[in-house]
Design a protein around this ligand. Structure first.
Ligand SMILES: Cc1cc2nc3c(=O)[nH]c(=O)nc-3n(C[C@H](O)[C@H](O)[C@H](O)COP(=O)(O)OP(=O)(O)OC[C@H]3O[C@@H](n4cnc5c(N)ncnc54)[C@H](O)[C@@H]3O)c2cc1C
Ligand SMILES: C[S@@+](CC[C@H](N)C(=O)[O-])C[C@H]1O[C@@H](n2cnc3c(N)ncnc32)[C@H](O)[C@@H]1O
Length: 670
């Protein structure tokens, strides 16, 4: 079932009561989150010991170990697992923890619940720092420099798990089945949920749960597990553990044409070529490098020499009263990007004020009706966005405003050039600049980067992140990319602009000064190949700023536009304003296998997709590359490494490059 066009709203928080011993109790289920006797010890016994953790980590043959949990609740299981992982000596597999939760705790309740465990204080405060609150969707959080990934899916397990299982990908090594007691929480223990648990298992996967209910035992047996009853914790007589030993349940019949499921899958790579050193290429290289993969990052010229070459850009997102792939991606990518830049700033890989600042951004709006409607909707997610009137905006920005709008406290500005440099400095990345115009070729099952006939580098996989030039690679000519010219203007900081404390987005944008200058922008020119700076465009940028900051109008009109500096760059847009992220389809095979869509676009065709082995794409980031490229890189890294994706299948399909072949077949255009 698609979310598109349904009302966008924050998720419903868990309704908590607190018992006499300050333990949280879920009012709707009349049940406790963990044992009243000793929550810590119960969790350790039932879930960690029940899955033979941490011992299994030391013998684990793969680079990552994935735990799936039904019911994130207070995060206690996660924190205990993270702590046990931390206590292990290196080398240890990366920890990937995927948890599904329909009724997340509010921030305040989470803080109160976790306040009970002084031994977990350090980890709990890191979790609270990045906790997504009640923003709907799937959220990727990373800790320990990317070695610990927490995926929080704020969804009903009855929807999320069958949807994940429909990827037909073994993802999970150990399950923590932690709904409330089956008699009170039937939805968490239904056959569809437990069968999806079985379908998602990797080889030798295990599960553990506190319950010993007969129905649960039978369904888990039917899901492929050999189930064992063992003594329960404390006063509980028995609980269940099990190992995947039998056949996993057959996949449910496809409800959509599975063009996004690759017919063949490759082993996780040891080395990857990334072609293109802009934001898309650098984030991709970084996401892979953090997974221990050797990356050769190649650019025809210097890092960030094209679209990503501006001194300042804004971390944008998008609000809407309705769900759509565009809105969901804008919000999920924004939350992830903001957390990643926060981490880079915190450890001085990016220098505050010089390379960026998460000082917030205010977006003017003249849509009073939408603001009124969203003001109510946003009430429980003030950390995401708030509606401000002009006076409130004055106070926050430090300069006079006449317009109301939206305030995004986790936003700010970044220097794309500095971001690219910081990411490319990862020790697992070998950077090759000034390579000249490269292309790629598949040879003996691996990929070569070629300058003319010369092999410059090779690896098992390649990612094309060459912005607008991606459709110059042979076989990719069909990609629908549109270059959009944009000119920025450098403005020395004077007058009221000196007081600007946060980014201001109007018909253009301005951020607090960097090295005494603001890089303001930007013009928007379709089909405009003229890459020279134009005085008219400077005037346009100044006029827009004057309209947004009326107090500054006179000073702006006195500026000699002839002497202004700036920069011209090209955004790379797609017809649906979403980037192109994922495996490269075999075009001819798609036209053959899905050709019947020309006659009936609604039918389900049961063939999986033929993809070019080991070739991926990351481009089409339009005007929002600072926001969209970090999660896009995570999506690619997850696909290459066989890890859970950072977003649900619906969104992955909305980003997959092959969508345009399906669209054109359905419209009978190809
Ligand atoms: C004027 C302007 C203002 C913008 N403002 C913002 C903003 O405020 N916020 C925001 O988030 N985004 C903004 N953007 C958009 C953002 O800059 C882009 O989305 C982002 O830079 C795209 O990154 P990319 O890596 O996909 O492409 P690019 O940065 O263009 O990188 C592509 C790289 O590939 C290399 N390359 C190309 N062909 C080859 C080849 N054959 N061989 C080897 N290398 C090759 C190029 O040299 C280049 O380095 C703005 C863009 C412009 C132009
Ligand atoms: C026992 S608590 C989990 C405790 C948690 N693991 C911890 O460490 O604190 C059960 C959780 O399941 C969630 N839940 C109940 N029904 C659900 C459903 N249908 N889908 C997803 N989550 C659900 C509840 O909101 C609750 O947070």
């Amino acid at each position: 079932m698609s979310r598109a066009n349904t009302p966008w709203q924050p998720v419903t928080a868990a309704d908590l009561q607190w018992d006499d011993a300050a333990n949280p109790v879920a009012a709707a289920f009349d049940d406790v989150y963990y044992s009243r006797d000793n929550g810590l010890e119960e969790s350790r016994y039932v879930f960690l010991l029940g899955n033979q953790l941490p011992q299994r980590w030391q013998l684990h043959p793969e680079k990552h170990f994935c735990i799936g949990e039904t019911g994130f609740g207070t995060g206690l299981n996660f924190l205990l697992t993270w702590q046990a992982w931390r206590d292990l000596p290196q080398p240890r597999p990366r920890l990937h923890y995927l948890s599904i939760e329909k009724f997340p705790l509010s921030r305040a309740d989470l803080a109160r619940a976790l306040g009970q465990w002084p031994a977990l204080e350090n980890l709990a405060s890191q979790l609270q720092q990045h906790y997504p609150g009640l923003i709907p969707g799937q959220h990727r959080l990373q800790f320990e420099d990317g070695a610990v990934t927490l995926d929080l899916w704020w969804e009903d397990a009855g929807h999320a798990l069958p949807q994940l299982a429909s990827l037909q990908l073994p993802l999970v090594d150990a399950w923590y089945l932690d709904g409330f007691a089956p008699a009170r929480n039937e939805g968490m223990w239904r056959r569809e949920v437990l069968h999806a648990v079985g379908q998602l298992c990797r080889d030798n996967a295990t599960f553990a749960t506190f319950t010993a209910a007969g129905q649960v035992r039978r369904e888990l047996g039917a899901a492929g597990f050999t189930v064992e009853k063992v003594p329960g914790f404390g006063r509980k007589r028995e609980c269940l553990r099990g190992t995947m030993t039998r056949e996993r349940p057959a996949p449910a019949p496809a409800s959509v044409t599975p063009w996004d499921l690759p017919a063949q899958r490759r082993a996780p790579p040891e080395r990857v070529l990334v072609i293109g050193g802009g934001l898309a290429g650098c984030h991709t290289a970084y996401a892979l490098a953090r997974r221990g993969i050797a990356v050769t990052l190649l650019d025809q010229s210097a890092l960030a020499a094209e679209g990503s070459g501006n001194e300042q850009g804004i971390l944008y997102t998008r609000l809407s009263l309705k769900h759509s792939a565009l809105t969901d991606f804008a919000l999920q990518s924004f939350r992830y990007a903001s957390a990643l830049y926060f981490e880079l700033l915190q450890r001085n890989a990016l220098r505050e004020g010089r390379d960026g600042a998460l000082c917030g951004s205010f977006h003017q709006s003249d849509d009073a009706r939408e603001m009124e409607a969203l003001a109510g909707v946003l009430e429980t997610v003030p950390e995401l966005a708030q509606v401000l009137d002009a006076d409130q905006a004055n106070t926050i920005l430090g300069i006079a405003q006449t317009s109301a709008g939206y305030w995004f406290p986790a936003s700010g500005w970044l220097s794309p050039v500095a971001v690219c440099r910081a990411l490319a400095a990862h020790p697992n990345i070998s950077l090759m600049q000034d390579c000249g115009k490269l292309t790629v070729r598949l040879e003996d099952g691996g990929w070569q980067a070629l300058r003319g006939a010369e092999i410059v580098a090779q690896a098992s996989n390649a990612v094309i992140a060459t912005g607008n030039a991606a459709n110059q690679i042979p076989g990719l000519e069909w990609l629908p990319l549109q270059p959009i010219r944009g000119q920025t203007t450098d403005l020395s900081s004077s007058g009221p602009l000196k007081d600007l404390r946060a980014a201001l987005c109007h018909k253009g944008y301005i951020a607090p000064a960097r090295n005494g200058e603001h890089c303001i922008g930007a013009t928007f020119g379709l089909q405009d190949p003229d890459s020279r700076l134009r005085e008219d465009d400077h005037r346009e940028n100044l006029a827009r700023l004057a309209a947004a900051v009326p107090d500054y109008r006179d000073e702006l009109s006195a500026i000699d536009t002839h002497a202004l500096r700036g920069r011209v760059g090209y955004r790379c847009a797609t017809p649906d304003y979403l980037p192109l992220v994922g495996a490269v389809p075999e075009r001819q095979a798609f036209l053959r296998d899905y050709g019947q869509l020309r006659n009936n676009a609604r039918q389900i065709i049961h063939s999986t997709g033929e993809y070019v082995p080991g070739l991926y794409l990351n481009t089409g980031h339009g005007s929002r590359g600072l926001t969209s490229t970090p999660i896009a890189a995570e999506l690619l890294a997850s696909q290459l490494c066989g890890e859970p994706p950072p977003m649900d299948r619906e969104l992955c399909r909305a980003l997959a490059p092959a969508r345009f072949l399906l669209r054109d077949l359905s419209r009978n255009r190809i």
